[in-house]
Design a protein around this ligand. Sequence first.
Ligand SMILES: Cc1cc2nc3c(=O)[nH]c(=O)nc-3n(C[C@H](O)[C@H](O)[C@H](O)COP(=O)(O)O)c2cc1C
Length: 339
Amino acid sequence: MPLDPTPVPDELKGLRIALLVAGGIAAYKIVDLASALAQAGAQVRVAMTASATRFVGAATFQGITGNPVLTGLWSGGDEPEPHVFLGDWAQVTLLAPATANVISRAAKGQSDDIVTATLLAARGPVVVAPAMNDAMWSKPAVQQNLAALRATGVIVVEPESGHLASGHVGTGRLANAAALMKAMVDAVRSRYDLVGRRVVVTAGGTREPIDPVRFIGNYSSGKMGFAIAASAADRGAQVKLVTTATHPVHHGVEVRQVETADEMFAQLEREVPGADLLVMAAAVADFRPTRVADHKIRREDTPRLTLQLEQIPDLVAALGQEKDVRHVFRVGFAAEGAE
Ligand SMILES: Cc1cc2nc3c(=O)[nH]c(=O)nc-3n(C[C@H](O)[C@H](O)[C@H](O)COP(=O)(O)O)c2cc1C
């Protein structure tokens, strides 16, 4: 438990949060913040400048967050590009304490360490919380650099006035945990309106087998379902994509690969109970062969082939009958021919 526990706003629970820590005395306060966020259910990953590791050990953050800590561009473990991974992963990024040095380098767009490179690679909103000696804080260079960051959309949480580590009294103390969390909430509110929501999307045309090498399919590309899933993930939802199609997968989307309407239905029965929204963008076949041949139907033995087809039950309607699914908001798509 932190010495001074600060309640974590609901909006941050369940979010993926990157904490970028620079080399200031206030780095120790970010340990408490990371702990509070992690205990409240947020996923937290930390990256530190080399100077920051002189103030707080990476092992402390690793123990608290349960995730490996990035301490350099070349320390990413399995991640070939750790800054890109973290920038993609994070739904909100907090740089705290932001030293005068890291603010200057970020304002210039430098990316020569894990913290500045992650700031540049961040796809979500960025919050910067400066902390430094009052004389440093008052220098035009620092204020100009912060103005440059603000101009790029970065949210700056102003430091507080009071007793500073240097023994001086003035402005420069890191904003308190409640202010840092409020700034993160403000940053994500407009951007992530689906946080905490579970969304299931289907994509692609089903493939109904004729024999082990042939199927009846349709022209659905699956792009619509992939785009909907990506958009829901960008808005903070937890997204499962049940698909027959294969396209590059958007960060935050979990893919369940299927082929036939039956497989899609079985997967949906697993994924949809408890979800908030089901978007059926897949083109599920209306008909399938009544019988699937065990072996490849040989052309030489088959001068004429007549396939008998049976109707496939409407998946959305069938799912809607299930008790756990009735409350799920369901959206279906149907291709209509010109009449
Ligand atoms: C004991 C000590 C405390 C420091 N505290 C701060 C601080 O609170 N804010 C700050 O901007 N710089 C502080 N500095 C200076 C930074 O550590 C220094 O500028 C360093 O290069 C910052 O590196 P980074 O921005 O890559 O983390 C401190 C230095 C020392 C030795």
